[in-house]
Design a protein around this ligand. Sequence first.
Ligand SMILES: *[C@@H]1O[C@H](CO)[C@@H](O)[C@H](O)[C@H]1NC(C)=O
Ligand SMILES: *[C@@H]1O[C@H](CO)[C@@H](O)[C@H](O)[C@H]1NC(C)=O
Ligand SMILES: [Zn+2]
Length: 421
Amino acid sequence: MAALAVLCPLLVLALQGSGLWTAALQSPSLVIRVYPAANGVSAAAGVCAGTSPPSFSAGDVRRALFESANPKGSTAGATFSRCSSNRTRITAATSLVAEPVYLFCSGANDDQQWNIDGCSFEHFLGIAAAADAALTARGLTLSRFRHRVYLLPPSDACRGFVGLAQIGCLDAFDCRAWIGPNYWATPQSYVHELSHHLYLAHAGKYVDNGQGGRAFDQYADDTCYMGFCCADRCPNTPHAWQLGWISVQQLEGGLARGQALPVALPSQSLTAAGAGLRVLPAWSPGAPPLFVGYRTRHRGDAALDPSLASKVHVYSANITNQYDSVQTTWQAALEAGGSWEQPGSGLVVRATSTGPRAASVTVCRRGGMQETAASCLNELDWDCNGLAGAADPACLPLLPKRTTRRLAAHETAPSVQHSWE
Ligand SMILES: *[C@@H]1O[C@H](CO)[C@@H](O)[C@H](O)[C@H]1NC(C)=O
Ligand SMILES: *[C@@H]1O[C@H](CO)[C@@H](O)[C@H](O)[C@H]1NC(C)=O
Ligand SMILES: [Zn+2]
């Protein structure tokens, strides 16, 4: 699960207003199973010290990858096609699970010394190059396969290892990923590592550090497969947007103090268009953009943890384009009536309703800690508690007793906001 530092230079595209681009994984991928073999030819003559023969078959791997091999079960292919509305796919038609490659116990290539039971990036690079050479010798045209996943053999050193991948893929580089010996048949291990190829970084949140403080755990966002392995679920809202799988409604700066803007959020699990909200609190320099999304137990999210389903999730994420490999930070899960305020910017996200297929929220920019006579008269939600004017009990002592007349249109928000700015 550990991601490498970025190995490829990043290409930066101009930000598209709609944020809708399409991540390509349709391009062929190749899964390579590496077997340790003391004679380098087959496992029959005995395996290398510290290793054992793999416990999964090629069939197990295909059933973890391809919908066609496992139509009713959990597969990496199903997660990609269901979470992306078929924008990104991995299929048996474009991918190959190669016959096993039997490697010597150690070797050297391109100045790289490797051991078959070595469990670090240097060894993985050497093993991958040795496996590529063996496949090329077999007549396979490797350049046909853009994404290559190397399945590491069981070894004492690599027992708990889940996977590793390059972040991002450009033409000049092979796109390599490695899966640990116990995860060959785990769909989400492939989804996670291949999504690193698509430039995704991890999905984390702040957790209790056990000493009364908080620490960022880069894997702790359970609403995203870029968090901990291995439950089936889709990406979180910022990552789905980064992949081009959903478009988001954009609010870049245009929120006046005390203004509460209602936004309808279709379930991101069901709908791709406008299924999230991205808010750039431009009035608060340094505040990261917020993403708001709603998830229900449908399609790729059918197995989403019930504690996370039918909730509005709020994230901060400084992602600006498809190639921006930056971590996302889960901030809050809101039920109807719940709210969360971004520290510093006074931006308040409030869930007003949550339904089987959609939710509604308001985003409000706090003008101050309390309502004022002016904010009450002008029906602003100065304290962003979800209520404005006479509907807010905090306004009752502040409003004129006799007249409940609303100010004329030309006297409302803009002019008042200006004088209070
Ligand atoms: C995706 O493609 C499958 C067939 O391959 C189809 O059954 C499904 O309805 C498609 N999903 C969407 C959202 O288009
Ligand atoms: C977000 O990214 C921009 C550009 O990379 C950077 O200038 C800014 O400091 C970042 N903001 C946060 C809150 O990380
Ligand atoms: Zn990872």
